[in-house]
Ligand binder design. Structure first.
Ligand SMILES: Nc1ncnc2c1ncn2[C@@H]1O[C@H](COP(=O)(O)OP(=O)(O)OP(=O)(O)O)[C@@H](O)[C@H]1O
Ligand SMILES: [Mg+2]
Length: 342
């Protein structure tokens, strides 16, 4: 998959911008120039969602009534696609693919972005939610039925929370029993995916940074029926669900045994970056060839590490679009650069 060109109008601080991309492309610019906004716009075109906000309204340029973004891309199957999204202050969203209006799901089926940004530091030092979201994304790219399972699980949660609020223990027991196979399936898929991700991490990260490499670890326990039964009293007293895949701990173990709170910013950067590289490796095995967007490339790491990581980027067949506010990649001449002025 490739993105060939991008057009933005009234998106964040950018009034208008036309940009052509090459295979390895670096956007440079001063703080606040709009570099992350360009990546955010690409992400919205590829997924219908922002990675920065759940409120697309925030992306409309101050004092404008709507944004319009458009790209020309090559999809997962190699077909040329023209995609545009218009969004206005009244919450109207219009997605066009090759001139026809489509739903968000069609974007996800045709295009697949992988973004590394400072939000990914949460994968390492944050709570389990970002790791669950990451693993869930890889699960459903691997296996579309996972999305159906997650949807069914959310319905179960909604029904169970209603029953808990009403104090209806009989209904809850019935719902719990019916959900056990679903919970088992979700956890099994997560475990399989984590094994794959860890294998990819082993292939790159362990080779380059043996002392600080972090691996995912997930042990939700087997005895679901017993757990659900044991926690029921407490759930009834609280009035909401306290156990299940939506709350599972997915942890990271750093090989050296360092506590995750004790690792440096550079180590956090390296590990989060290598997790995204492992994600790309998994999608490559599925022949999905995602575009890799790297925001604020190589902040917090020394020159030696930059060289090692850049070698990994160069090795990728994927299109890679990077941003930097520093003259960070001066040494790496074989990438096309665009200077974004304020
Ligand atoms: N809706 C909006 N309207 C106008 N300006 C906005 C809007 N949303 C964000 N901005 C501003 O747009 C500017 C560009 O933000 P962006 O995060 O893209 O910059 P950046 O080039 O990535 O900067 P940095 O190097 O600090 O990461 C910021 O000054 C931000 O405050
Ligand atoms: Mg930025």
């Amino acid at each position: 998959m490739r993105i060939k060109s991008l057009y933005l109008s009234n998106f964040r601080n950018i009034s208008e911008l036309d940009l052509d991309f090459s295979d390895k492309f670096l956007i440079e610019g001063r703080t606040g120039a709009g570099k992350t906004s360009i990546i955010e716009a690409c992400y919205i075109l590829f997924s219908g969602k922002s990675f920065k906000t759940t409120q697309l309204k925030e992306c409309i340029k101050n004092e404008a009534n709507n944004f319009f973004i458009k790209c020309s891309a090559e999809d997962i199957e190699g077909y040329s696609r023209e995609i545009s999204i218009g969004y206005d202050t009244e919450d109207n969203r219009k997605i066009l693919m090759d001139g026809s209006e489509v739903r968000r799901k069609s974007l996800l089926e045709a295009l697949l972005p992988v973004v590394h940004s400072s939000f990914d530091f949460n994968l390492i030092t944050g709570g389990p939610k970002s790791r669950r979201d990451f693993i869930d994304k890889v699960c459903f790219v691997n296996d579309n039925s996972y999305l159906d399972d997650l949807g069914s699980y959310l319905s179960f949660l909604k029904n169970k929370n209603t029953a808990l609020k009403n104090g209806n223990a009989k209904v809850i027991k019935y719902l719990n029993l019916a959900a056990v196979p679903l919970i088992k399936r979700i956890r099994k898929k997560r475990k399989e995916t984590i094994e794959k991700v860890n294998q990819k991490i082993k292939e790159t990260s362990l080779r380059l940074f043996p002392d600080i490499t972090a691996f995912f670890c997930y042990n939700p326990g087997e005895d679901i029926e017993k757990k659900l039964e044991g926690i029921l009293e407490l759930e009834l007293s609280k009035g909401f669900c306290l156990y299940g895949p939506h709350l599972d701990q997915i942890n990271l173990n750093i090989k050296s045994g360092k506590a995750k709170n004790n690792i440096s910013m550079g180590e956090t950067y390296i590990n989060s970056f290598l997790i995204r590289l492992s994600e790309i490796g998994i999608y490559e095995d599925l022949k999905l060839h995602p575009v890799f967007f790297i925001d604020d490339i190589f902040v917090f790491v020394d020159n030696e590490t930059k060289k090692l990581l850049f070698d990994e980027i160069e090795r990728l067949d994927n299109q890679v679009i990077m941003t930097s506010s520093l003259e960070n990649l001066n040494k790496f001449n074989n990438i096309e650069k665009y200077y974004l002025s304020k």
